[in-house]
Design a protein around this ligand. Structure first.
Ligand code: FE2
Length: 444
């Protein structure tokens, strides 16, 4: 297992989870000692962006002050546009199902179509209601075109973006985030951004979180270090563009109360010259996740793989968790090493970033996904069970794997698109049908 190397790219970011940062693209852009002086520095406008209510407890209060060339209010009226393949509440296009579901990867758009990051979003499943700040949606994105004259912000939820194929560049109000497969980014609600594709095309997953902002999970007896460490989360440094649109106005697209709206805007809204605060986008390299697991026998529950959690009002029960199954040593003795068979009150959407998942050696592919809703039985397929029951239990490094799970306390209802697509595997349940009884009273 290679020692993680510090990328020089880290110098482009501010390190730490949940910190109060201050960043200036031009010296003196952020006023000293107060937020809203009579005249903000450099002729900028001061604007506050609040991600939590004003009176949220101080340690959970998320807000930033932005010092920008023009205030955000400068745009034409929003008008409704097509939601394309994005779906939101009520998630009732088709009934939620107790059946185990699995999908192949969706194809990238054909060369002749131009599909940007927003138009390329396809909703697979969802639960809850953005208006009541509870629930989440599972989206895929497949894109082959830059957002060149278009900007986006989401009023409904935070985007947690999991690239599987192709790099993404997020130009945000707070600065630039470059993202590659193996990393994740969180774009909290309300923050404007534009996505370009350095590799010309891109595919991946989005968890849209309607609930409370993502936090690092509590570590309990693990102690003060481990899992995703605070120091490895990276926020962008301030960067701005002073750009007017040509004859054709720029577009500002807003996902609002489940629908897409769009306004004309005569300038780039990415014109924040300096900012300070606790509310900003960030990214995290999943290879830096410090995996905690057994060094004796059996499995701890998969909660030990939680990267980020959005809590619910019920203590200990997440609105939605983001969980990964990264490269790691497997050393458990006299143990069935793949994930155990289980039924679970939580509902689980799984995806694969690269390699092979240890419960399913076939059929679960990078870019594909599976959905096991509350108390739907699942576990290793027949081939995996047979192999793992006979394997020589030497220490084994599982290097070629990076799977993840969006795990919610609410049932995920699939969308019509997800149930009608030819990518839905009609024979998924067959992978377990050969699991015959091995029961025998013969102890010889
Ligand atoms: Fe599971």
């Amino acid at each position: 297992m290679a020692l993680p190397e510090r990328s020089p790219e880290c110098d482009n970011y501010l390190a730490g989870f949940g910190n109060h940062f201050l960043s200036e693209a031009e010296k003196g852009a952020v006023p000293h000692g107060q937020n809203s002086p009579q005249k903000a520095p450099l002729g900028l406008y001061a604007e506050q962006l609040s991600g939590t209510s004003f009176v949220m407890a101080r340690h959970e209060n998320l807000r930033s002050w932005l010092y920008r060339i023009r205030p955000s209010v400068l745009h034409s009226p929003f008008v409704r546009i097509s939601n394309q393949s994005i779906r939101s509440k009520p998630f009732n296009e088709v009934e939620a199902t107790p059946n185990q579901l699995r999908w192949d990867a969706f194809a990238l758009p054909e060369m002749y179509e131009k599909v940007d990051f927003i138009d390329g979003i396809k909703t697979i499943a969802g639960n809850g209601d953005s208006a009541s700040l509870r629930g989440s949606a599972v989206h895929l994105y497949c894109a082959n075109s830059d957002m060149s004259d278009r900007f986006f912000y989401n009023s409904d939820g935070d985007f947690l973006v999991v690239p599987e194929k192709g790099k993404l560049r997020f130009a945000t109000e707070f600065g630039i985030i470059d993202l590659a497969p193996g990393e994740i980014a969180v774009l909290p609600r309300g923050i404007k951004f534009q996505v370009t594709l350095p590799d010309k095309s891109a595919r991946g997953y989005i968890l849209e979180n309607y609930g409370p902002s993502f936090k690092l999970p509590g570590l309990g007896p693990i102690g003060s270090n481990g899992l995703a460490n605070s120091r490895d989360f990276l926020a962008p440094k301030a960067a701005y563009e002073e750009k007017l649109s040509g004859e054709q106005s720029f577009k500002l697209t807003n996902k609002f109360n489940g629908n897409l709206w769009q306004a004309e805007i005569s300038h780039s809204p990415l014109d924040v010259v300096g900012w300070h605060g606790t509310y900003y986008p960030y990214k995290y390299d999943l290879s830096l996740f410090n995996v905690i697991n057994t060094v004796s026998f059996d499995h701890p529950d998969p909660s030990i793989f939680t990267v980020l959690t959005s809590p619910s009002e019920l203590p200990g029960t997440a609105n939605v968790d983001f969980v990964i199954f990264p490269p790691r040593w497997m050393v458990a003795e006299h143990t069935f090493r793949p994930p155990y068979y289980h039924r679970n009150i939580m509902s689980e959407y799984m995806g694969l970033i690269f390699g092979v998942y240890d419960a399913k050696e076939e059929g679960f592919v990078p870019g594909g996904g599976s959905l096991h809703n509350t108390f739907s039985a699942h576990g290793p397929d027949q081939a995996t069970f047979n192999k793992a029951s006979q394997d020589d239990l030497k220490p084994n490094y599982q290097g070629n794997t990076l799977a993840f799970m969006f795990e919610s306390s609410l049932v995920y209802a699939p969308t019509k698109l997800a149930m009608d697509t030819s990518h839905l595997q009609k024979n998924y349940q067959n992978c377990w049908q050969g699991l015959n009884s091995n029961f025998s009273l013969d102890k010889s």
